[in-house]
Ligand binder design. Structure first.
Ligand code: NAD
Ligand code: UFG
Length: 332
């Protein structure tokens, strides 16, 4: 059985669907600080059977011990954590507490339970702003905000843990820009309050919830001047996690792997694609660059292909179509 911390969240819930499809049993462990238990019922609708879950916080050793005692957990997919860069600047203690202390408590509980196989959600944010693209896993890391630092600290801790005890099997997955939703439109991304990521904002503008999108800068060294990102469909990411799990089952190894498509798409291209596939207009205005924004970011994905046999299959059309279907069906 696979323990999925943060399994009711955006990437975790989609990954659970893929785990079920691949024949894995799983138990969701989530404190619902950024998700709702209602997601579990939606997941049940998709997979056609009950979802096993326990409400709990990864910083609570007793709750973790209880979930390990209650289920024969062979591996952990660790999504639980806080993820908003701006919030992390104003609330660094919360971010270190959730993301670093929480991960340490989880590793402790895993060690107590004799479960030493872990897939960790890291981020392309660990690469910092000055890297030539595409960026590969051996590029130097340089973080510029507390959120990114929590990811890097946990990455470093995991590599020390592996050095201390080679029985640990660890896959650190550095996601680029997850987007889209399950094609059923039953689950998707539900940012609380004002979203900060591009696709949820595009969806809200298309739905008439916001009057227009602000494009942060058109003077980047890209073909149309707007920022470029490696958008990757959340269902491709979900498949990447199952591939990582399979890899760890077969190999006593510790790996750090980018999950992206290897292709960059500009902000304007996303808007144009979204308008084409949704039939909705997305009015926008160009405003100055966002503070500390990276201009161009996309992944070298050769290691994922080589080690995991994983390649992202879905294109930006599909990401926009699924994001819009989710928005239109659920969020106005
Ligand atoms: P999300 O907020 O939708 O999901 C995280 C889940 O973890 C939520 O359900 C939340 O309730 C739960 N959670 C948070 N703190 C917890 C705690 N202390 N104990 C138990 N549960 C807790 O976020 P997401 O987009 O699904 O991201 C999942 C992981 O991937 C995070 O670690 C995030 O940092 C990482 N990541 C996300 C992105 C992205 O753009 N979405 C990019 C790179 C990395
Ligand atoms: N953008 C706009 N207008 C907006 C929002 C975004 O023009 O209203 C642009 C940004 O300037 C950037 C692109 O859209 O060029 C993507 O921006 P996002 O905020 O969606 O994504 P980022 O790559 O900037 O950040 C994301 C996550 C971070 C994570 C980082 C690296 O939000 O948490 O990817 O993985 F650290």
């Amino acid at each position: 059985m696979i323990l999925v911390t943060g399994g009711a969240g955006y990437i975790g819930s989609h990954t659970c669907i893929e785990l079920a499809r691949a024949g894995h049993e799983f138990v969701v462990f989530d404190n619902f600080s950024n998700s709702a238990p209602a997601v579990l019922a939606r997941m049940e609708q998709i997979i056609g059977r009950p979802v096993v879950w326990q409400k709990g916080d990864i910083r609570d050793p007793a709750a973790l011990d209880k979930v390990f005692a209650g289920h024969p957990v062979s591996a952990v997919l660790h999504f639980a954590g806080l993820k908003a860069v701006t919030e992390s600047i104003s609330q660094p203690i919360d971010y270190f507490d959730n993301n670093v202390h929480g991960s340490i408590a989880l590793m402790g509980a895993m060690a107590r339970a004799g479960c030493k196989t872990l897939v960790f959600s890291s981020s392309a944010t660990v690469y910092g702003p000055e890297q030539p693209m595409p960026v590969a896993e051996d590029a130097p890391c340089a973080v510029s905000n507390p959120y990114g630092r929590t990811k890097l600290v946990v990455e470093e801790l995991l590599s020390e843990l592996g050095r201390s005890d080679p029985q640990w099997r660890i896959a650190t997955l550095r996601y680029f820009n997850p987007t889209g939703a399950h094609p059923s439109a039953l689950i998707g991304e539900s940012p609380l309050g004002t979203p900060s990521n591009l696709m949820p904002l595009v969806c809200q503008v298309a739905a008439g919830i916001r009057p227009s999108l602000q494009i942060f800068g058109d003077d980047y060294p890209s073909h149309d001047g707007t920022g470029v990102r490696d958008f990757v469909h959340v269902m491709d990411l979900a498949e990447g996690h199952v591939a990582a799990l399979d890899f760890l089952t077969k190999n006593q190894a510790r790996i750090v792997v980018n999950l992206g498509t290897g292709h960059g798409t500009s902000v304007l291209e996303v808007i144009r694609t979204f308008e084409r596939v949704s039939g909705q207009r997305v009015p926008y205005e160009i405003v100055p660059r966002r503070d500390a924004d990276i201009g161009i970011s996309f992944a070298d994905v050769s290691l994922a292909r080589e080690l995991l046999g994983w390649v992202a299959k879905r294109d930006v059309d599909e990401m926009c179509r699924d994001a819009w279907r989710w928005q239109a069906a659920n969020r106005g």
